[in-house]
Design a protein around this ligand. Sequence first.
Ligand SMILES: [Zn+2]
Ligand SMILES: [Zn+2]
Length: 250
Amino acid sequence: MDIDKPNNDLKCEFSYSHFENVLRQLKKEYKFVDFEYNFKPNEKIILLRHDVDISLKRAITLAQIENQLKINATYFVMLHSKYYSLEECSKELEKIVELGHKIGLHYDSKYWSEMKLEHQSAFLKEINFLKTRFNISVKVASAHNPTTNKIQSIVFPNNIKNAYDSKFSREIKYLSDSVQFWREDCICKNWKKYNQIQLLIHPEWWTETGKKMKDIVNELFNQISSTKADKEELIEFYDSYLKKVQSNIQ
Ligand SMILES: [Zn+2]
Ligand SMILES: [Zn+2]
């Protein structure tokens, strides 16, 4: 055995190869389930969730890796992202469904407030739009930036689950890669401690070579046609978000 050769399995970075390695390890121990699944208290399960904030195109690679490993995830998509439009990315959404994954709504209450929309009806309309436009079932929704957006309560109808429901976030372990910051170290160092996990992975932060946030945002902006989007504003937002969560931890 060549002891100088680094063990790639243990190299923590936001790369596709690490993502794949992590999933391979997790698959040996856990059952990957969706938000509809009625898990028992002692069952070892993972709810694999992807909130798509900036790029649905970026999500395809993760969806393919998961498909090859026979793992199903739920992709939460936005109808009003400044950075991608579902109409322009309809093929990508269809591809994700084809690869065996579920679709959820990732809603942005800040957008509704800015547009002076009543939140409850905007929420129901967005769910309905997703279902009818893509002919899919939508059974779950997650809030975008729940820590910074002013929370206006939405009543979830009985047939729609809330990904932030305590059943999925407090009663089981919730781990997120938010802006490439794991809070409790990378999932690969951590998972053994927990039997039931909601694992939130943002597809944008994972690349072939494990690029850093600013490089990723710069690169993504070169591909964005929308002029509404402000790159500096986004980087600033992520920077301040990181400062906030990091200071909460110390
Ligand atoms: Zn790791
Ligand atoms: Zn989001």
